[in-house]
Design a protein. Sequence first.
Length: 245
Amino acid sequence: MTKDATISGNIEEYLEILYKLGPHKEIVSTSMISEKLKIAPASVTQMLKKLDNLGYVNYSPYKGAILTDDGLKIAKKVTRKHRLLERFLCDVLKIKSHKIHDQACEMEHSLSDDAERALCHLLEHPNKCPGDSVIPECDLKFTSCEECLKRKEDDVEEVGKRNQNLIPIIDLKDHKKGKVSFIRGDYKVIRRLLDMGITIGAIINVIKVAPLGGPVEVAVRGSKLALGHDIASNVFVEAIDDKRC
């Protein structure tokens, strides 16, 4: 398996679509990608085979493709840049809503990681784009937005990037566990979570995720809590495999 030193905008576009259609690493059919990108199925198949060879997807003929961990990292990064740009275009530049998506698509592939981080600071670490889709967490080696702000003078290269793909508590399945690794929000959010016993390194056991944006019932440090959807969407964990427990 070989990977390109640089990733083309075309590859990023495919990975972004795969993430949008299968955010939890579900298999996405060739026809779904073809319809979304308005590209012939044969061309989609050819690209999926290339992405499989690069290690970004696992492709199954006549079924479709599923993102690998490496592919998911890239897909989340591009999606994050796109949705931050949409927030910027909407809130700061006041671009008309029907023009925002296409403009963000043109800009996302050229936005550097340092510019992405600065944009997040400027926008005060938003969690959703104007269309109400969740903005993926950053991949920097921070445990909170507050920690990132304290080191805002450091370049991304100095900070480093985490190896794991994190997921918000809201995306954990019933009876699954995760270790808290990143909290999005200001000091008020961190303080509120601290009062509930939810700190970096804490093990969260999801009891039940209510449908339609309802609360998430969890167990942490021997206590049971009901977390609102917004809070559960901004606490990110490293999923724990039951086999390791």
